[in-house]
Design a protein around this ligand. Sequence first.
Ligand code: ATP
Ligand code: XMP
Ligand code: GLN
Ligand code: MG
Length: 507
Amino acid sequence: MQEKNHVAVLDFGSQYTQLIVRRVRELGYAAMLYQPEDIAEIGEPGAIILSGGPKSTSDEDAPDIDFEKLKSFDVPVLGVCYGMQLLNIKFGGSVKSSNRREYGPAMLKPNDNVGLYEGISHESQVWMSHSDTVNELPENATVLAANQNGTPVSLKWGDTFYGIQFHPEVTHSHEGNRILHNFLLTAGELAPFHIEDFKREMIAGIKEKVGDKQVVCGVSGGVDSTVLAVLLKEAGVNMRAIFVDHGLLRKDEGDEVRSNFHRMGVEIETIECSGLFLSELEGEGDPETKRKIIGNLFVDVFWEAVGDAQMLAQGTLYPDVIESASNEKSKASVIKTHHNRVQRILDLQEQGKVLEPLAELFKDEVRELGASLGIPADILNRHPFPGPGLAVRCPGVVDEKRLRIIRECDNIFISRLKDHGWYDKVWQAYACLVPVKTVGVKGDERSYEWAINLRAVVSEDAMTADWVELPYQILRETSHRILNEVDGINRVLYDVSTKPPASIEWE
Ligand SMILES: Nc1ncnc2c1ncn2[C@@H]1O[C@H](COP(=O)(O)OP(=O)(O)OP(=O)(O)O)[C@@H](O)[C@H]1O
Ligand SMILES: O=c1[nH]c(=O)c2[nH+]cn([C@@H]3O[C@H](COP(=O)(O)O)[C@@H](O)[C@H]3O)c2[nH]1
Ligand SMILES: NC(=O)CC[C@H](N)C(=O)O
Ligand SMILES: [Mg+2]
């Protein structure tokens, strides 16, 4: 619903655009997302934010903006990353491709504590994801802040146009929210946002879209699909909840999932089809192809299980949508095709047969929604587990032997975290195979075996992540047990990579 004086966010294809919308809503203001070419449709905004994006401003097909129209709204404008670079060019400056790439943490040093930087620390951690930088500055530009190397990372052009090179919308920019808020305070009165209206709209939307149709709902025992199933029940939808055991699950996972749903009084049906998935995946090592095989098989299984189904409900969240770049107007890069965004599903979506009420939300918002629906905390706090399961924790080909090793190692690692009280402090943790053989020695005998990698990250919304400084004792116990108990492994590694540039999973 477009309101007068809302905040209009123009999407240049950044992985984080929807996060900007969300942050603005968290700050209490109504926000809507638009494609830059639809600028004529943004009505009467109170402020405008231009997102980042994967293109360079010098690329032939770089997305552009109708600058005259933008100025004509006469409201404060903030350009983030690509948005800042584009504004600098529009005002007569330039952008250069830099050989110094900047991904992950950087230090922001504001020149003054006024306006955008009121109340911001003298040195503040921000999160970067770019390689281009602003070069020549136009006459009307002022530098508001630099990074640790003295490069300008925040500009103001005239009185109402602002630019920042970092991403204030990600949680790893420690004072990002405050900076966004300071920007919004430069606008006049903005339209407010209320979460209760949002929930009511969501349930009403489901009822309207579904009517009395038969819905098949994929449930995995994970947070998103559990919240979805309970939400559909609440909306009185005629549904059958299907749990697919594709043979890529963790140790004892099927039993755990069935017992959780039993506890919540939601009936689910298990379809055991590990033979089908593993035979279709046989010999395939390419990560994107593996994802597509799995995603398409999911649809086959759902459709076969519920012959008279008219709609498919999935617990898709925003990160799945953006990383798969599956919105047809999207300018985002395809990072990976999430299993729930394969072509078959997009075709069904075209026919209006896919229901994804959570697709605008992030994990922590879904957890909040789940709590308000009365779902037990231990279910809501489970670490996320990807739909393609252990296939995305096994780079290259997948087979029974590799899956056995991953399951055993994962189980040892997770049990160590739980026993030491670290499971709930970590956002997601798991073990994955590194299918590289190296020489070792076991019982005086040469071993030539694979390595296992442990990964533990903190994140809020899966869009950015940092590795966790786990106590050495946990790593020591995990490594000792794996090396002694798991056949086929002679090395244990711990992954110390942030996202970006790494991702959370290994494929
Ligand atoms: N094994 C499965 N059986 C049936 N549906 C599944 C399965 N795995 C995933 N799905 C479907 O795909 C959707 C997306 O999976 P995803 O892993 O993102 O969510 P989730 O499993 O519900 O939650 P979490 O992220 O906490 O693991 C799920 O919400 C569910 O609809
Ligand atoms: O349901 C899913 N289907 C998928 O295809 C998929 N790929 C990644 N993930 C999960 O998403 C989060 C971000 O993971 P990445 O940093 O690896 O992209 C992490 O929480 C991952 O576990 C998936 N979940
Ligand atoms: N995150 C961004 O907006 C990046 C902008 C541009 N692609 C760069 O590399 O600088
Ligand atoms: Mg899952």
